[in-house]
Design a protein around this ligand. Sequence first.
Ligand code: PMP
Length: 353
Amino acid sequence: MSQFWSPAVRDLEPYVPGEQPRDTVIKLNTNENPYPPAPGVAKVLADYPIDHLRRYPDPSSLALREALAAHYGVHVNQVFVGNGSDEVLAFAFKAFFCREQPLAVPSISYSFYPVYCDFYGITPHKVPLTDSFEVDLDAFPTDNGGIVFANPNAPTGHAHSRAAIEALLDKHTSRVVLVDEAYIDFGGESAIPLIERYPNLLVTGTFSKSRSLAGLRIGFAIGPADLIDGLDRVKDSFNSYPLDSVAVAAGVASIKDDAYYRACCASVIATRERTTAALEACGIEVLPSSANFVFARPTTIEAGMLFDALRARGILVRYFNKPGLDQFLRISIGTDDEMDYLIDAVHAIVGEK
Ligand code: PMP
């Protein structure tokens, strides 16, 4: 702590992302995609005209917004892009939520939400999950200053149907409902088609998971044009060049290669289902997941001990040492070989199959 820090920074509890070790054999702790980005992305990067880097990027990232608009069947003025959906979420918190009214968030969800609340002085109103670890859509208060949740939720993996989100929107018409769809491509049903009918719905997405581009930092929001305008206002005040030119070119190439992206998602889903069954056969409870990770509760060993034992074998998963989460491990879905290695290790550690 420094005497020069502002009070806002002094009290800030920053988000701690999963480790990025250099020497781990198998890294299953940050929900990255185990497959490379689309071949079209590799080509665009290899052929990128280096001279373009002299120039500032297009401040509106129009090429990528147009590609996203065509992909999702919306108008380009309903699309916003930013440096990863983390940045888009931060802009949304700044644009739509305020100090005066608490913001409803699930008690167990993406841990960045409380960090943004802290940063912008917004009070989070934490809504407990149901007994089966689902975001409790019926429990969000109607007198709040907005609603934020991830669908599928992280780290639990459960996804609500579009119909359930529609019912939520029918109930909450006068405040922004932000649905974070970072993991939607692994089996969820996107709420994006609802933006035409609900002027208060904003959906965020990312290229970090299903499109294997976490290293390039590409996130987006899709919503009614005036919500997108609100994000633009914040963006222009913080960072009027949100995406660099290389990220825009790679993002466009990724969207063009639809077949590859679909095949990657299908592989991850198949591996997730197989992994779930194998972990269950080792006596581990696994919550049903629509994401590229599973949330797993060992029953014969403490989660922290299993985490350490896996780590000792070179396998890194995520252990949140916090009340409510400390009985679980979040395990990202890797390649089939990686998951076989994990399953063998779990079997050896817990001693049953
Ligand atoms: N939302 C959720 C629920 C996430 O788990 C993550 C990734 N940690 C993000 C958003 C942010 O992803 P990115 O900034 O890479 O787009």
